[in-house]
Design a protein around this ligand. Structure first.
Ligand code: 5GP
Ligand code: MG
Ligand code: MG
Length: 180
């Protein structure tokens, strides 16, 4: 295990089992919907890849980058569209894939953006859901785990750009923060 990790919340096995369950559910619901899967960079990439490999349906994939965190552990309250889609969402069934929904600010922004562009439907699948952090009234139609209100890293989730490549989700040792 990585030396900076205090405890593992969800092991690689836990995560892959949750993804298998989600993939089955989503694939059944989107079988005939020709979904456009929109992965939110960079955190959702690992989850998106593992999820779509388990979905045996016709689907397209695109990426968008919206940032609310700028390197720290607290949200700044600002939101910036850093990289837009290359696909037209008009008339499409959009399925947003997220690593975690916390305040809901990012999701609220994306749902409004895609609906404004004429998407037929917009739904969300997130590996993690942190309902205690919620500030915006958003719906997460599918999620893997309900998580406590702690700052998590791993499996896409970063601290200052690091730890995304861990195959599990965990909590950092407090010393990692105080060193910076
Ligand atoms: P929201 O807009 O819902 O507040 O959160 C959006 C983004 O904040 C997430 O996609 C994720 O990148 C980041 N975030 C929220 N909670 C955590 C967390 O516990 N750990 C890390 N590393 N990022 C988080
Ligand atoms: Mg994210
Ligand atoms: Mg981040």
């Amino acid at each position: 295990m990585n030396n900076d990790i205090e405890k593992v919340l969800y092991s690689e096995e836990d995560i892959q089992a949750a993804i298998a369950r989600l993939a089955k559910q989503v694939a059944a619901d989107y079988q005939d919907k020709d979904p456009l899967i929109v992965s939110v960079l960079s955190g959702a990439v690992l989850f998106t890849v593992d999820l779509i490999k388990k979905m045996d349906i016709m689907a397209q994939l695109d990426f968008i980058d919206v940032s609310t965190y700028f390197g720290g552990t607290a949200t700044t309250g600002h939101l910036k569209l850093i990289h837009d889609l290359t696909t037209d969402v008009k008339g499409r069934n959009v399925l947003i894939t997220e690593d975690i929904v916390d305040s809901g600010r990012t999701l609220e922004y994306l749902v409004q953006l895609f609906k404004g562009r004429g998407a037929k439907s917009v739904k969300t699948v997130s590996l993690l859901n942190k309902p205690d952090g919620r500030e915006f009234d958003v719906t997460v139609e599918y999620y893997g785990f309900k998580v406590p209100n702690e700052f998590l890293v791993g499996y896409g989730l970063d601290y200052k750009g690091y730890y995304r490549n861990l195959p599990y989700v965990g909590v950092l040792k407090p010393s990692v923060y105080s060193e910076n």
